[in-house]
Design a protein around this ligand. Structure first.
Ligand SMILES: C[S@@+](CC[C@H](N)C(=O)[O-])C[C@H]1O[C@@H](n2cnc3c(N)ncnc32)[C@H](O)[C@@H]1O
Length: 243
């Protein structure tokens, strides 16, 4: 498979930060609370105890949680560094290095597919969704969480650019040409692929980069924001079913 210039940047970045990735999302309180919230949003949209494919699985943070609730997990990620950590962290799961846009799995091999915080990096989201549809069994579900497009997130690429100029070695800092999605864009992508029972919702207000006590306050009001002022929530969850 040919690796594009864009994909090479993503690989180089995640290979570089693989050993510190879990400290951001799993070890510090705010990181774990932020990440657990996203996991809960995804878990409500897919069945548990299934054969799950986790796309852009990183170090296997979601894979571990899904396994604990009784499922079997296969993870795929384009970064060998992230996969190396995933294998070390979760020896009971199966991980492969590969591109989300060319899934190396047989037709109808999974009952559920999840993808957390990886979809925005894809240059060809239609290709990934078509392949997700192919590898899902009839009746299977897909749920993904990605950065949504709104006023708060529109400045993110500029922050990344500055971070890169300053040579900050931090998770997610770099120029990756990410795409941030509206709920309507995701609905259309899912619908064009053939998924049914499509749902989208905005999630996340308490970002791990907020300092306390602002983070605690943001967490307290998060359910209200998500329901009543979703324009202020910056992630978006989309889900659907293969008929
Ligand atoms: C922010 S991390 C999220 C990792 C993991 N899903 C999690 O929730 O912790 C983004 C991940 O997407 C992966 N990724 C980006 N583009 C990809 C692609 N085209 N195919 C597979 N993985 C990709 C990166 O290597 C990285 O591990």
């Amino acid at each position: 498979m040919k690796t594009t210039k864009h994909a090479s940047r993503v690989i180089a970045h995640y290979d570089d930060v693989a050993d510190q990735y879990d400290q951001r999302y799993d070890h510090r309180d705010r990181g774990r609370l932020y990440y657990d919230h996203i996991c809960e949003q995804i878990k409500t949209e897919i069945p548990d105890k299934e054969d799950l494919l986790d796309i852009g699985c990183g170090t296997g943070l979601f894979a571990g949680r899904y396994f604990q609730s009784g499922g079997r997990v296969t993870g795929i990620d384009i970064s060998s560094g992230m996969i190396r950590r995933a294998v070390a962290n979760h020896p009971y799961a199966f991980f492969v290095i590969g591109n989300a846009e060319h899934l190396p799995f047989s037709d109808e091999s999974f009952g559920a597919v999840a993808s957390l915080l990886a979809f925005s990096y894809l240059q060809n989201p239609e290709k990934m969704l078509a392949d997700v549809y192919r590898v899902l069994r009839p009746g299977g579900s897909v749920a993904l969480c990605t950065l949504g497009k709104n006023l708060l997130t529109s400045g993110v690429p500029a922050v990344y650019r500055v971070g890169e100029q300053l040579k900050l070695k931090r998770v997610g800092v770099g120029r990756f040409n990410e795409h941030y999605y509206t709920e309507d864009e995701l609905k259309e992508l899912f619908s064009k692929t053939g998924f049914l029972s499509i749902k989208t919702k905005k999630c996340s207000f308490a970002h791990l980069n907020l300092v306390n006590p602002i983070f605690s306050f943001a967490r307290m009001v998060e359910p209200f924001i998500e329901q009543r002022i979703p324009q202020l929530a910056y992630n978006v969850v989309a889900s659907g079913k293969k008929p």
